[in-house]
Design a protein around this ligand. Structure first.
Ligand code: ADP
Ligand code: MG
Length: 218
């Protein structure tokens, strides 16, 4: 399964697996945000991914890859507030725009997708790698893909997910330069960034879906 490029149908399954993963992680994400923010990150991510699931369930079967990503992004953005709502919603919309006209996601398209995600979050959040945000996980995923284009998509995605997870853990060693946690200075040290953890969970869900097929809970 993991050798095949991602079709629009498989992309929907990946997004639904991401929704299941995020819903299951709600209290963990709230706890991470309680340490350096206001404790709502898990709630916001749940609301966003519940909206993604709903919108994909009514999106026409024939929707192309770009439409699936843009629909998911719009649904996430409409359903959520906070810092992460427009950032993550805009990130999915930007990745849809980057894949306009493509009917599968092979490693080359996966790279384009992650690059568009990184550019969107960086522009909207005025963030750069090292600021202790979601961008750190996206950037690491992007770098991992760029250096690893010759494998099957499932392998490429799994390596990007592993790099994003390591980057999310590494944000614990950073002071924050963006968002609520930037007010904490030294006190943000020792705590990973919740948005970076969320992004690594999304990529990990994609890798799991490519390896094992859609989760039974989706
Ligand atoms: P809020 O901070 O409004 O309560 P959330 O708790 O849902 O929003 O999301 C917080 C996450 O948003 C942070 O962990 C960080 O990853 C991300 N974030 C916040 N501000 C920025 C920014 N300017 N650029 C990039 N990411 C950001
Ligand atoms: Mg918060």
């Amino acid at each position: 399964m993991s050798n095949q490029a991602i079709t629009a149908q498989r992309l929907r399954q990946c997004l639904n697996t991401a929704a299941a993963t995020i819903l299951a992680a709600e209290s963990r994400l709230n706890a991470l945000d309680s340490a350096i923010g206001d404790g709502d990150h898990g709630i916001t991510m749940r609301l966003g991914f519940e909206a993604v699931k709903r919108s994909l369930s009514t999106l026409k079967e024939s929707a192309e890859i770009d439409e699936v990503l843009k629909e998911a992004g719009s649904a996430f953005m409409e359903a959520t507030g906070g810092a992460i709502g427009p950032l993550l919603g805009g990130m999915f919309i930007a990745s849809g725009n980057a894949l306009s006209g493509r009917n599968e996601i092979a490693p080359a398209e996966f790279k384009l997708m992650l690059q568009a995600m990184e550019a969107s979050v960086s522009r909207m959040g005025k963030a750069k790698p090292g600021d202790k945000t979601i961008l750190d996980a996206i950037h690491a995923g992007c770098e991992a893909v760029a250096g690893n284009m010759n494998q099957a998509i499932g392998e490429v995605c799994a390596e990007a997910a592993a790099a994003a997870a390591t980057a999310a853990e590494t944000t614990a060693n950073m002071r924050s330069a963006k968002g609520r946690s930037s007010r904490l200075g030294e006190r943000a040290l020792g705590h990973p960034d919740p948005g970076a953890v969320s992004f690594s969970l999304i990529l990990d869900a994609f890798a799991t879906c490519l390896r094992e097929g859609p989760s039974l809970t989706t």
